[in-house]
Design a protein around this ligand. Structure first.
Ligand SMILES: [Zn+2]
Length: 168
């Protein structure tokens, strides 16, 4: 069965690197939280967290991932949580160091370190996830290296591609 024109089905390829080495279907969740939410962190972790939950966009897929990308993804989730925890700790450290030294400079210096960790962790995350050329509540489009762009949401399309895969 082929899909009608507009949405070509996903290729038999890793959605992260486009490779085809021992592919396996993996649950991939992508949450997009607008960056400006974190400026509300000074108001408290709870209000900022609730705001983040309210405005974030979340989609879950089952997509093919190759062996080496699967291995990297295992590391990525650990790196991700270590980065989040160290950022939270650093924010408290920044407040304490700032108060002890009576210095905004010390406060901002430690805070900048948390920013660097968050940025680096984000870059690493990007390399272990599919590249999304469109990611909104209504539509998600993937860019698979060497294969092109594929719409993976709305979900009827994903169901089609899964039945195609079983037919192979
Ligand atoms: Zn791969």
């Amino acid at each position: 069965m082929t899909n009608a024109g507009e949405y070509p089905s996903l290729p038999e390829a890793c959605v992260i690197c486009g490779g085809s080495d021992s592919l396996e279907a993996q649950a991939i969740t992508r949450v997009f939280t607008p960056g400006w939410v974190w400026f509300f962190l000074p108001l408290g972790v709870l209000p900022a967290g609730l705001l983040a939950l309210a405005v974030q966009i979340k989609h879950q897929f089952s997509m093919l991932v190759c062996r080496s990308c699967r291995a990297r993804r295992v590391w990525a989730s650990a790196v991700h949580w270590v980065a989040i925890l160290s950022c939270l700790v650093l924010i408290f450290v920044a407040i304490i160091v700032g108060l002890l030294n009576q210095s905004w400079l010390a406060f901002l210096g430690v805070l900048a370190l948390a920013g660097v960790i968050a940025f680096a962790s984000g870059r690493f995350d990007d390399r272990t996830n599919p590249r999304y050329s469109v990611f909104t509540r209504e539509k998600v489009e993937l860019e698979i290296p060497g294969r092109g762009r594929f719409v993976v949401f709305p979900p009827w399309h994903l169901l089609n591609s899964e039945s195609n895969r079983r037919a192979l």
